[in-house]
Design a protein around this ligand. Structure first.
Ligand SMILES: [Zn+2]
Ligand SMILES: [Zn+2]
Length: 292
């Protein structure tokens, strides 16, 4: 299982360096706390040969679609409950939709599977269709509730051969890329918030609509204290991912902490008219108010 204690201590280090962010970033601190406490007695790791994994990837099929995990309700519910509660504060519409979800869950009409990406659709799309929950909010639920389970499920199948996977979605779970950094040799690496996977991807391709048309792709660079950080956006679908150039920022943190600790860059991207399908704190401030 992933080392959430190490993640928590990396996160704490960020909060200590930037005390003004401690309160607004507390949303994420609570999520990491839930992951640290997570326990599943039944779920093991997927056992699948390298050849069988390769076969799925060569066909462009994420492993989750070929081998879905049998998720236990209770440990997932432990993580889902608190985040439903926090998102309910967004307003009456959100509270009503989340209440419907909670009732359907309690009645056994839906379970953990509703949070898994299915046939190219993520949970946020399914939850919007079924319960009327805004996708900007629905996007928080699956990563918060499923990350430890999926990270456990895929931990023995992380050896992705170079060049085999060219899609923008995660080769393990099929989720959206949430961060795209440039690693030490200049190659682009995308990361998945939902399952913790990371994979190399072409630099000049949108991970969402998969356009190759370079005139559609724009790079918004951060300056000053944020030098080395950037936002890669697509004019075709208006999606964006943030990233960091690790050749300039050798001491940058993990994709997850870098992403969560930079809501001001999301605010900038959203003011430029771009969106992200993965959760960020700006999505909790729909009126356009500053996140701070
Ligand atoms: Zn994934
Ligand atoms: Zn695009």
């Amino acid at each position: 299982m992933a080392d959430y204690a190490a993640l928590a201590s990396e996160w704490e280090g960020i909060l200590e360096r930037r005390p003004a962010l401690r309160e607004p970033l507390g949303f994420w601190t609570a999520i990491i706390g839930g992951w640290m406490r997570w326990k599943s007695t039944e779920l093991g790791s997927l056992e699948r040969t390298d050849d069988a994994c390769r076969d799925s990837w060569e066909r462009g099929v994420p492993l989750l679609a070929a081998c879905p995990p049998a998720l236990e309700r209770e440990p997932i519910e432990e993580l889902l409950g608190p985040v439903i509660e926090r998102l309910s504060a967004d307003g009456a519409d959100a509270a009503g939709a989340l209440q419907q979800l909670a009732v359907a869950w309690d009645d056994g009409l839906v379970g953990p599977d509703v949070l898994l990406p299915q046939s190219g659709r993520d949970a946020a799309a399914v939850l919007q269709e079924r319960f009327g929950l805004a996708t900007r909010l629905g996007a928080f639920l699956a990563p918060a509730a499923l990350r430890p389970a999926l990270e456990t499920w895929f931990e023995r199948t992380r050896a992705l051969p170079d060049g085999i996977w060219s899609r923008g979605a995660c080769p393990w779970c099929g989720g959206f890329a949430f961060y795209g950094d440039l690693i030490e040799d200049g190659r682009r690496r995308l990361s998945c918030l939902l399952c913790g996977g990371a994979w190399l991807a072409p630099r000049l391709r949108c991970p969402f609509c998969e356009t190759w048309d370079s005139k559609d792709l724009v790079r918004l660079l951060a300056e000053g204290a944020d030098e080395g950080y950037f936002i890669e956006a697509c004019r075709a679908c208006l999606g964006y991912v943030k990233g960091v150039d690790r050749r300039q920022r050798w001491n940058a943190g993990s994709p997850l902490t870098e992403d969560w600790a930079s809501p001001h860059l999301d605010l900038h991207a959203s003011r430029e008219g771009y969106w992200r399908p993965t959760p960020c704190l700006v999505h909790l401030a729909p009126s356009g108010d500053d996140v701070r």
